[in-house]
Design a protein around this ligand. Structure first.
Ligand code: NAD
Length: 324
């Protein structure tokens, strides 16, 4: 039944912003390899490069440009049946460059939606906005559900939530077909450790394999809900094609909490002799606990994560080993 929904993506014309980034290039590869889509990628390479899509490069139209360069970017929207808007300024950069954060994460979203409204593009089937579970802040009730209160604690969370709000407003007021996903810490293949905003798991695995210490901020008991990249990509595609995801917001996670200390333990099982250093807590993303309720996406769309943290870490280590 779920498979039948995914099949709607086959052969479609798809535009992916931020399509060279970590989630973006994995999504692009799946769209090309698994669904024979005609994919256009827009990315300004501020945080990535073209090598990430090398294996499918001949099947992808790539435009090196900013989503804020509307004169060049907007004509590319005209043909798209599905638009995945992933271009973003990452959380660690959002405090050092808050204006760019607002422009890329929120303003570009509004500009795209306004263009879609004014152009009434007949071919558009869905606009998907990739948001973040950071919009929940430090929730007192775990696992956190979509209808729970948002409480933004960073520029990044604020601008991702604003992007979400615009997306939902353009659905409610102008019937633009949209879906929103809120990812929880995605990790796995292709998360470049050279990217200064690479997630903790990617950094840990890379450091473990290259003999560098794993730096634990604070006591290491802070938890996150880690989503393997292939699961995040599958959920994102499903929200684009599923009728029940139209005009709605879905958490994408695992509903499993893993502490930083536990991550280290799991990595050490595969890479013995790892050095660990404890350093003072950072002033970004210092939420104590995060665990995401995924009942809504499970019950309504039939999605569930396939890769647990143990398997995901093993796959991540294998991937890093093969690239080092
Ligand atoms: N990775 C995660 O754990 C996670 C968690 C929650 C939400 N998200 C969301 O998922 C999406 C993808 O995240 P990611 O981890 O792949 O990030 P990433 O930084 O790896 O990729 C973002 C891409 O956007 C590009 N970009 C930045 N500014 C641009 C601009 N002005 N024009 C065009 N391209 C631009 C960058 O070059 C990069 O390739 C983002 O919207 C992010 O907010 C990711």
């Amino acid at each position: 039944m779920v498979k039948q929904h995914y099949e709607k993506m086959r052969g479609k014309k798809v535009l992916v912003t931020g399509g060279l980034g970590f989630v973006g290039h994995n999504l692009v590869k799946s769209l090309v390899n698994d669904y024979d889509c005609k994919v256009t990628v827009v990315d300004d390479c501020i945080n990535s490069n073209e090598s990430t899509i090398a294996s499918v490069r001949d099947k992808v139209q790539f435009h090196k440009m900013s989503v804020l360069d509307t004169a060049r970017f907007f004509p590319l929207l005209n043909e798209a049946q599905y638009i995945f808007h992933l271009a973003c300024i990452q959380i660690a950069a959002s405090s050092t460059n808050p204006i760019a954060d607002m422009q890329v994460n929120a303003q570009s979203t509004l500009q795209i939606l306004e263009y879609l409204r004014q152009s009434s593009l007949p071919s558009l089937e869905r606009f998907v906005y990739t948001s973040s579970c950071s919009v929940y802040g430090s929730s007192s009730r775990l696992p956190v559900r979509e209808e729970d209160a948002t409480r933004v604690l960073s520029n990044y969370a604020a601008t991702k939530l604003l992007g979400e709000h615009y997306t939902m407003i353009y659905n409610r007021n102008y019937n633009i077909p949209v879906s929103v996903v809120r990812y929880s810490n995605v990790y796995g293949y292709g998360q470049s450790p050279r990217n200064p905003y690479c997630g903790v798991l990617g950094k840990f695995v890379h450091n473990a394999l290259t003999g560098k210490p794993l730096s634990i901020f604070g006591d290491g008991e802070q938890t996150r809900d880690y989503t393997f990249i292939t699961d995040a990509v599958d959920a994102t595609i499903l929200t684009a094609v599923h009728p029940l995801a139209y005009g709605d917001v879905y958490n994408v996670g695992t509903c499993v909490e893993t502490s930083v200390t536990k991550l280290v333990d799991l990595i050490v099982q595969h890479v013995p002799g790892v050095n660990v250093e404890n350093i003072p807590e950072r002033d970004i993303d210092n939420i104590r606990r995060r665990m995401i309720d995924i009942e809504k996406i499970h019950q309504r769309l039939g999605w569930a994560p396939r890769v647990g943290i143990q398997k995901g870490i093993q796959l991540t280590i294998d991937w890093y080993r093969s690239t080092l």
